[in-house]
Each structure stands twice: as structure tokens, then as C-alpha cells.
Design a protein around this ligand. Structure first.
Ligand code: ADP
Ligand code: MG
Length: 231
């Protein structure tokens, strides 16, 4: 059995609908989506050991089935540059989580590679009652929330479909070398969309998927946050 099926079955057995970030990232990686290096720590000392292995700068985030939006809970600390900073962030994140939700079940803290800044984009998938499994693409922040500048396509996607979803965005000029910056790697992004399309078709028990954000670079992409919800 592959990792994806194992993770989904385990969540079902435990009666969980939301997969944890490490679980969602393991599934994404199995489908060829490039994610940042990560591991789960359950003590300060483990967090430091893992940070040293991955290399600074480091990002720490809360891992809890009761906290879906980690930043809202004070559960994300980026750009940690030393063992002392990692230890302090580990404690702060756990305290913040408890303050946010007193009875939150905490699985640990995910220790991860800090990805270089790219253009932050969103890749999503939802089950549309009428059209079925659908893949979504947009830029982060106000482009999605305020301007509703997103494109949807029914799965399965071809690479040509995926490229269109990207290049037909109103904000596409921002991805394509706006004001002298290098254009992002549209082919690599299109491949992420196609991989997500395969992922959701192979696993119909997934009702929602969110890669938010995916860092888009001149050369390749890196997914730094992943969320998967089961039916
Ligand atoms: P949330 O659950 O609040 O969506 P995220 O994991 O998306 O939490 O983290 C919040 C923000 O922190 C992201 O939008 C991104 O800008 C930044 N971030 C998170 N993880 C990383 C990482 N590994 N490398 C670089 N930036 C990151
Ligand atoms: Mg996020």
C-alpha cells in the first residue's frame, strides 16, 4: 500500500477529517509535488536536532488537528537562525496554541526548511456538486480574496489545460517578469496542477485540498503549506 492510502486510512480510523501538515505534505510529495524538507518534533531538544540537520534558517509551525489556520493561532515562526531561537519559538508556539484553544490536541511542532522567497501562488482542489473534482489556481493574498482572480478546471487536466489556467489569469503579468523580475517557471507550476489533478482523482475521499502558498521561482516551485480535508 502506498503512503497516501495509509495516511488516509489512518485518519479515517481516528475519525479525523483534516490531515495534518506533515501528512498532507507526504501525500503531495508522493504525487511529485516538491515540498520543503520537514520533520516532526515533540520536544525542544528534538526541534533543535532536526533544525541542525535541515540547516538554518528554519520555520516552526504548530501541528494540531484542532488548529487549521496556524498563523491565526500564533502557530508559525519563520526565519529562525540559531538553536536558541528554535528553542524559544518551540515554547512560544505551544503556549500560543494553548491560549488560542485551551483543549487543543497538540501532536508536536513541524520543523522545516525556510524556502527562499518566491511569488506566492495558491493551488487548490474542491469537489463541485455539479462538475465533480475541480482544480483551482490563483495568486495569493488580495488577488484571491478581493479580486476573485482565480481559474478553475474540471479534472483530469492536461499540461495544456494547466498552462492555460496560469497564463489566462488577469494577474499573469505579475508572474511573467513584471518590472524586470525574472518570469516564473510556468511549466513547473503547470506540472503541480497536473499532479494535484491526479492526486484527487486517485483519492476520491479527498473533498478539499489547499497548497497555500506554493513558492513559484524562475526555476521550479516549492510548496510550503498543504492542507487536505477528507469527506
Ligand atoms: P497557515 O496555516 O496560517 O496558512 P502557513 O504554513 O501557510 O500557515 O504559514 C504562513 C506563512 O508563512 C505562509 O503564507 C508563508 O508566507 C510563510 N511560510 C510558511 N512556511 C514557510 C517555509 N517553509 N518557508 C518560507 N515561508 C514559509
Ligand atoms: Mg497557508
Amino acid at each position: 500500500m502506498n503512503q497516501t492510502t495509509k495516511i488516509i486510512n489512518q485518519a479515517k480510523e481516528e475519525g479525523r477529517k483534516a490531515l495534518l501538515e506533515p501528512e498532507a505534505k507526504t501525500i503531495c510529495a508522493e504525487y511529485g509535488v516538491t515540498v520543503n524538507k520537514f520533520s516532526l518534533a515533540t520536544t525542544e531538544q528534538e526541534a533543535v536536532e532536526q533544525a541542525e540537520k535541515i540547516g538554518y534558517p528554519i520555520v516552526l509551525k504548530i501541528v494540531s488537528p484542532d488548529i487549521i489556520h496556524k498563523s491565526d493561532a500564533g502557530g508559525v515562526k519563520v526565519n529562525l537562525k540559531s538553536a536558541v531561537e528554535v528553542e524559544a519559538a518551540y515554547r512560544t508556539i505551544r503556549e500560543n496554541a494553548k491560549r488560542y484553544k485551551v483543549d487543543a490536541k497538540i501532536e508536536g511542532v513541524i520543523v522545516q526548511e525556510m524556502a527562499p522567497q518566491g511569488i506566492e501562488v495558491i493551488v487548490g482542489a474542491v469537489k463541485d456538486p455539479q462538475f465533480g473534482q475541480t482544480v483551482m489556481f490563483g495568486l495569493g493574498g488580495i488577488f484571491v480574496e478581493l479580486l476573485k482572480d482565480v481559474n478553475f478546471r474540471v479534472a483530469p487536466l492536461t499540461l495544456v489545460d494547466a498552462r492555460e489556467m496560469i497564463t489566462q489569469l488577469k494577474a499573469f503579468p505579475l508572474l511573467n517578469g513584471y518590472r524586470g523580475s525574472k518570469p516564473v517557471d510556468v511549466d513547473a507550476l503547470a506540472q503541480v496542477l497536473c499532479n494535484v489533478s491526479k492526486l484527487i482523482l486517485d483519492n476520491p475521499e479527498i473533498s478539499e485540498l489547499d497548497l497555500n502558498p506554493v513558492m513559484a521561482y524562475f526555476d521550479g516551485t516549492k510548496t510550503v503549506d498543504a492542507r487536505i480535508i477528507l469527506e
